[in-house]
Design a protein around this ligand. Structure first.
Ligand code: MRU
Length: 344
């Protein structure tokens, strides 16, 4: 299940705003369209945003019509800046665009045509690496999943949020593939409903047992002893392990602690922002009020109501039992162990 595919100058995206009722593919051939698709959440999820963004850079590089290298890099930088301005929280976006841009800059001595090829090769490599990372996360995470576990997840950290397989859902898929009799509780994830629209759909497609609950039911099921562990994805992890993820993740982590339930974050190393010490430095995206006041275009709240709509929250490291990465499982003390893993 791949949410994106680049071929002959066109980026095809599964339109995630339409799932599960409609499987629509949109075809984008300018970097402005690609930036817009990230902003509008046609594609979403930190790793998927990152790889979509680099294909945006590929398309931009191909469209810059000049024989002057200075002008080429000036235009390329402009495109990168526009793409990076779309969503502020997921660090993968910045990491991915900077990686491909720096790769181009380090090959400045080559011809413009060669630089274009290098950019595309790097984008394809990043797509492949993302899938490998998710498989590795699955392999490590599977060690934490016991027979007959019921796992609670939030938002969608699945194949749709990555290039394939998923992070949190990668762990779930790996446990299922290993023959463990597991089942999943999926939070619907208001306001954008990534849980009910995407996670549930993905798991049903793979015949993994899943039960849909409203976000405010999670505490009840934890207290009733139904949930054995929580696994969520991440949009940005600070050096001290504080983790930004979909709004509602923080509340789940507190509930998990209160009920003695392990709380795991599953994410590739590219989601760690080594430049920030703590979650306080993570910018939180605030999205438009219609996501809260409307469902599928239908108003559910009174006209004129004041709304807040932060798309993410930060879970303090003290609530996180472990971070499952593509390089291994990180336990507290996070800062020390994150640095060790980076250097390994
Ligand atoms: O607003 P979204 O749908 O892009 O938010 C997605 C999440 O919060 C995911 O949990 C996170 O990006 C990890 S995806 C593997």
């Amino acid at each position: 299940m791949r949410p994106l595919e680049y071929c002959n100058g066109v980026l095809k995206l599964v339109d995630q705003t339409k799932l599960p009722l409609e499987k629509k593919i949109v075809e984008l051939s300018t970097y402005e369209e690609i930036a817009d698709a990230i902003k509008k959440m046609t594609v979403r999820g930190a790793p998927a945003i990152g790889v979509t963004a680099v294909y945006g850079v590929v398309v931009a590089a191909n469209s810059i019509n000049t024989s002057s290298k200075d002008e080429f890099f000036e235009e390329l930088k402009k495109a990168c800046d526009l793409i990076k301005s779309t969503r502020p929280t997921a660090v993968n976006l910045f990491w991915a665009v900077d990686r491909v841009y720096n790769k181009a800059v380090s090959n400045k001595d080559k011809s413009i045509e060669q630089i274009r090829e290098i950019i595309e090769a790097e984008a394809r490599l990043m797509e492949k690496e993302d899938i490998e990372s998710n498989r590795a996360i699955g392999k490590y995470g599977n060690e934490l999943i016991k027979q007959n576990y019921t796992i609670l997840t939030h938002c969608n950290a699945g194949a749709l949020a990555t290039c394939d397989y998923g992070t949190a859902l990668g762990v779930i898929r790996a446990a299922h593939e290993a023959g463990k009799n597991i089942s999943v509780f999926a939070d619907e994830t208001r306001p954008y409903l990534q849980g009910s629209r995407l996670t549930v759909w993905e798991l049903m497609e793979d015949n993994i047992p899943v039960t849909l609950i409203c976000d405010n039911m999670a505490g009840h099921f934890m207290k009733e002893g139904v949930i054995d562990c929580v696994i969520v994805g991440a949009d940005r992890i600070a050096l001290n392990g504080d983790t930004a993820n979909k709004i509602g993740t923080y509340s789940l982590s507190v509930l998990a602690k209160e009920n003695n339930i392990p709380f795991y974050v599953a994410a590739p190393i590219s989601t760690i922002d080594f430049s920030i010490e703590s979650g306080e430095q993570i910018p939180i995206e605030e999205r438009n009020s219609e996501e809260v006041t409307h469902i599928k275009g239908i108003r559910i709240a009174p006209e004129g109501i004041k709304v807040r709509n932060p798309a993410f929250d930060v879970t303090p490291n003290k609530y996180i039992t472990a971070i499952i990465t593509d390089k291994g499982i990180i336990y507290p003390p996070y800062k020390e162990n994150i640095i060790k893993l980076k250097e390994a």
